[in-house]
Structures are given as C-alpha cells and as structure tokens.
Design a protein around this ligand. Structure first.
Ligand code: BTN
Length: 318
C-alpha cells in the first residue's frame, strides 16, 4: 500500500487532501496516516498542512524495488528484485538464488557490500548509497564457452545507459572495464554455474562508482558524479541499465552475436593497441587486432602468431 500512496502523490503537483487519497485508495484516514509515517521513515519528504492535505516534496535516493519497478517496462529483467541495505556480496546472494531456481532476470542489489568482489580476487569498494551494486541472473541457452559474450553485452549496455541518462561518453577496456576520461568508473564480474556443455545460469555482477566524491577514490578511478559535475540519480540510471541489458540480450538471442560485437567495437578502446595480457599464469604481449564472435581478444604477438585470450588483465602499452 505504501507504494500506491507514493504513486498517487507523485501524480499530484500540489496538495491533496487526506480524504481524497484515502477514498481513492480505499483505505481509512487512520491507515493513510500510518502509511505516510512509514514512508517518511523511509526518507520520503511528505509535507502535511492542515486543511490542504499532503504533498510529496522529494523522494529519497534509494534503490527501493518498487521505485525501480515503476516505469521499468521490461519483460523479464527486474520482475523479481531482492534488495538489501547491506550484504557481504550481491554475487553470493544471487548464486544461492540461482541454485534454488530463481527465474531468469532476477536482480539483487544492495546499498552497500561489506565484501564486494572484484575480478581476479580483488575487492570492490562499495560505500553506502554511493554506488550501484547489482547482480543479475541470466539463463542463456548457449554453451558455457559463449558466456564471455554476456560480459561484453553488459559493458555495452552500461555505456549506452550512461550516454542516454547522463550524456557522458564511456569507453570499454577489454573485456569489461568501463572507463570515463581514461579512469575506471565501473566493472563487471561474471560468474558461471554450468555443466560440461550446458549453462545452468550466469550471474552478471555490476559495480558502478556513481556519487562517490573524488577524494574517496583512488587516482585511477572516477565516479559519474565527478565526470558529470553533479550528483547522479541512481534509480534512473539503474533502470536504464536493466532496460538496455534486456534489449541487447534479446537481440543476442534472436540475431546472434554480431550486433553486440559491433556495438562493443564502437565503445572499445583496446583494439589497435599494443597490449600486455596476464591470462592463465601467462604473459602475452602484442597488438590487439580483433575481437572474436565469442568475445575473445585476438592478439598478434611479435612472432606473427595470433593467439586468442578469453579472460585476463589487460594493460594498454600505447
Ligand atoms: C571488477 O573487478 O572490475 C568487477 C567489479 C564487480 C563489482 C560488482 S558490485 C556488485 C557485484 N557484487 C560483487 O561482490 N561484485 C559485483
């Protein structure tokens, strides 16, 4: 019911009497008052003036599931949302849900993580209310080797959403670092639960530095707030990312990987560069010449031999 009260108040510009709200929602004045108190506790700024009624002044910068679901307009992503103030890692929650059979499109997000996981065993710094920390469960019908495509797809979706919501140009460093002004703004961690030749589910973990202050970030990182020069509305950005992932995922399913790879090329800044990759305990150095249809990076070594890497840490040499 809290959701319906908020939806109602959002549609009204000025004050609306308690009687009108209670009548429209089919509840008593007393029940309405209780809902208003609960909403205030959640951070909704609702002003009450005698004889005039209630007015919604502002909504809190929180990723409440009902706020994210409203106007989301997706078919399956975000239909089920698990929201936490704090968890060790949204990846672990999503993994448990996936094992229990959670449907495709289930999302887990948290306002902070106490043990946020980055790639290659690193820690993902997850300060409260500053970032977006989400894990999405997908159940693609393709072979496990193709899952790196989902990482690329997610990276492209983040760039598209950042451009659309904020007008900022983001780039992708292979495979999945999102850079703005050459500094890292977001990262993606993909975990797979699979049999030999079949994917059970994939978890796409996305961490974005949204409203972090410059001084709280290391020198190689940037937040969207810093890049934009003003605070960013996290719920709107999160919604757009979910919409873009769904649209790109459907395109991948129906039209194959070419469109995703082509889009990735638009945002990617690794191709054509000399790179060093540390992959499977091996250093590979050469020119990044292309990206394969399964998302692998093709590197031409100085010997002239071209090798493909599917995962690893890339350093752009020049
Ligand atoms: C990277 O190292 O670039 C990947 C970072 C991924 C961080 C996200 S935040 C949400 C999800 N939960 C985690 O513990 N990690 C991912």
């Amino acid at each position: 019911m809290n959701e319906r009260v908020i939806e109602f108040l959002k549609k009204k510009e000025g004050y609306v009497s308690g009687d009108t709200i209670a009548q429209r929602l089919g509840i008593s004045r007393q029940a309405l008052w209780k809902h208003i108190q609960e909403l205030k506790e959640l951070g909704y700024d609702i002003v009450a003036v005698p004889h005039l009624g209630y007015r919604l002044e502002s909504i809190p910068d929180r990723l409440f599931p009902f706020e994210i679901k409203s106007d989301l307009n997706t078919k399956f992503i975000g239909k089920k949302i698990h929201y936490y103030e704090s968890v060790p890692s949204t990846m672990d929650v999503a993994m448990e849900l996936g094992i229990k059979g959670a449907p495709e499109g289930t999302v887990v997000f948290a306002e902070t993580q106490t043990k946020g996981k980055g790639r290659l065993g690193r820690i993902w710094f997850s300060p409260k209310y500053k970032g977006i920390y989400l894990s999405l469960i997908l159940r693609p019908k393709f072979a496990p080797e193709k899952t790196p495509l989902l990482t690329l797809l997610s990276a492209v979706s983040i760039c598209e959403a950042v451009k659309e919501c904020l007008g900022l140009d983001a780039q992708i460093k292979w495979p999945n670092d999102i850079l703005i002004q050459h500094k890292k703004a977001a990262g993606i961690l993909t975990e797979l639960n699979a049999e030999m030749d079949e994917v059970n589910f994939v978890i796409i973990g996305i961490g974005i530095n949204v409203n972090n202050d410059k001084k709280s970030l290391i020198s190689t990182a940037i937040s969207l707030k810093e890049a934009k020069g003003e605070a960013v509305c996290r719920p709107a950005l999160l919604q757009e990312i979910l919409r873009k992932i769904e649209a790109n995922y459907s395109a991948l399913e129906h039209k194959g990987p070419k469109m995703i790879i082509d889009k990735w090329r638009e945002y990617g800044i690794t191709l054509g560069r000399r790179v060093k990759v540390y992959s499977h305990r091996e250093h590979i150095e050469g020119e990044a010449v292309n990206i394969d249809m399964d998302g692998g990076l093709l590197i031409r070594k100085d010997s002239g031999i071209t090798v493909k890497v599917m995962a690893g840490d890339v350093v752009h040499c020049r």
